[in-house]
Design a binder for this molecule. Sequence first.
Ligand code: GDP
Ligand code: MG
Length: 700
Amino acid sequence: MKIALAGNPNSGKTTLFNDLTGSSQYVGNWPGVTVEKKEGKLKKHKDVIIQDLPGIYSLSPYSMEEVISRRYLVNEKPDAIINIIDGTNIERNLYLTTQLLELGLPMVVAVNMMDLVEKNGDHIDMNALEKMLGCHVMPISALKGKGSREVAELAISIANKKVLNRPELYEGPLLSTIKSIESELSNVDQRMKRWFAVKVFERDEKVINELNLSSLLAKYEKNIKKIEDDEDDDAESIITTTRYEYISNIVNDCVTRKSSSQASLSDKIDKIVTNRILALPIFAVIMTLMFKATIDIGGIAQGWVEETLFGEWIMPFVEGLLKSLGVNSWITDLVVNGIISTCGFVLTFLPLILILFLFISILEDSGYMARVAFIMDRIFRKFGLSGKSFIPILIGAGCGVPAIMGTRTIENEKDRRMTIMLATFIPCSAKLEIITIITAAFFKEMWWIAPAMYFLGMAIIILSGIALKKTRAFAGEVAPFVMELPAYHVPQVKTVLLRVWDRAKEYVIKAGTIIFTFAVILWFLSNHTWSLQYIDGESAEIAHSMLRSIGEFIAPLFKPLGFGNWQGGVAVLVAEGAKELAPAIVDTLAGKAGITSLFTPMAAFSFMTLNLFDPPCTAAMGAIMREMGDRKWGVFAILYQVVLGYAISFVFYNMGSWLFYGASFGLTQIISIVIIFFAIYMVVRPAPKAKTSAAATLEV
Ligand code: GDP
Ligand code: MG
């Protein structure tokens, strides 16, 4: 049996879903977090599948979320729908409800957030609501787990039953036209006739094309036109208005509100936090503190994990064990120096990542991140970018892959492509490892380098965005970004921990799969010659390893960036496999001499920026290719990242060496200045005049 959860964004679908299925899906505070539908089994009812649909405001086909949810409901016909609505925001939430009712599927309306409704001193008359909607209604609080179970049981019990009496929203000629259309619909589910009839009346192109209803529409075109003329409005708006009239009746009859004159605490906080002048500085301070605290606290834990846990306990223990078992040295070396040391090194960052995720999750759950998206929208918009692009970018601080997938919520194809190209410029958690390792080794006192890299990433995104928007391939109107700000609340321990767990789990899985595989390959390459002869890592013969000759082959590429040594070359190469491996491999290859023996400080800096801003890891590049849906665009995105990453490191290294480390001014500095001027020109040049659309499409 299939039960679908449908509702507005932020109504609590995912919270309910997690409560019902015991899973830990991402509970987000903004639209676009759940793009794909997710399904899970109802706890203690293995034959009941619960489907978490993307949040939608209506069943019109205007956004990706709407298309996905609507297609699912209409085509898959779940056995029952749980329509979850936010009890503190009934008017807006019921709009979708009026549409879902027309689908004619068995449905329960779960009025969520009852804890808040009660706290506000409001009252919702559930019996009256049930009568007016003509379907089952139940108060719940998904967050507190109150009523979740009961709603699911109720949904199961009404599944496949005939729907109760649906209220009649329409009247007069509108009703008779809809009824006539209804009577002429064949080939559609009996229960859904009303929904299809209304869609035909609205001239919904998707429905009409998919079901070949254009002749039916043509037949009623005159009637529809007449109604439009009488009402002096277009068909779609007439339906919308009717729905809202009905909803306002419901609210009048069922909802009593305590006088709500005083400004809520949330509003007061927002006055400061989203203030035009203060918003950005506040955001910058919060981010800076967050990264500083992450690195300070995480650094201590990391040191312990690396030196004591792995260095003193696990590695010697395993080595001793293998030796005492008489395992040969080739295998011992592979296990200890190949696998445990690399995977272990990556795992030493786990405390750091846990703390970062903890901070981010707290900021998200409190409602602050939603404000950040709002603030960013205001800024992005000035430059012709959409604030919708910001959410994937924010997710990118955790991992680039979900960030790239998250772009699916952006309807405008050009904006979506651009966001896919740019989202990974924000350092992900693996890149944070590169930042910490380089900062700890070369720039000890400069704790601000980590936050600065995030702001640099942000600047690259904004400046790239501005420059790209001026090219014909990306030019266009900014899509509107509607988002409402959820009330601030004290972060829920459970939600926060679940989210941290979710992300940490992925990290550990990655260490155990991708990193593990790479560790074995890398160990093999660095301990064998081309003729497959084993070289003991302790001996000095690493000179002949395959890894070294590969590194030497590509190293000249990085000479202009300050680190033409084979170790650096190898590190950049393997970082394209997984960014976590860059610090691990550098650490291994430097051996006892330490990583300061491999780079000068300026070269280390450029090594870091190259790894941060060149193309992301294979997994993220794969996501870019898939989401672009077109090889040409995927390759373009990755080339853009290659060129940009290289140029940034080139400029930093050469200008930095000249300005701070007394290098003489020469050709590379001149080239750097040319690059800087070119970049400035691309950003500030006037946008070219809009071409006719035919020409523009040809260009693309
Ligand atoms: P979705 O967008 O519909 O999937 O909504 P989410 O499940 O992500 O929830 C949005 C926000 O509302 C989260 O911050 C939840 O913690 C919060 N929330 C969900 N249910 C309740 C509830 O019953 N009471 C309160 N106070 N908050 C809730
Ligand atoms: Mg959700």
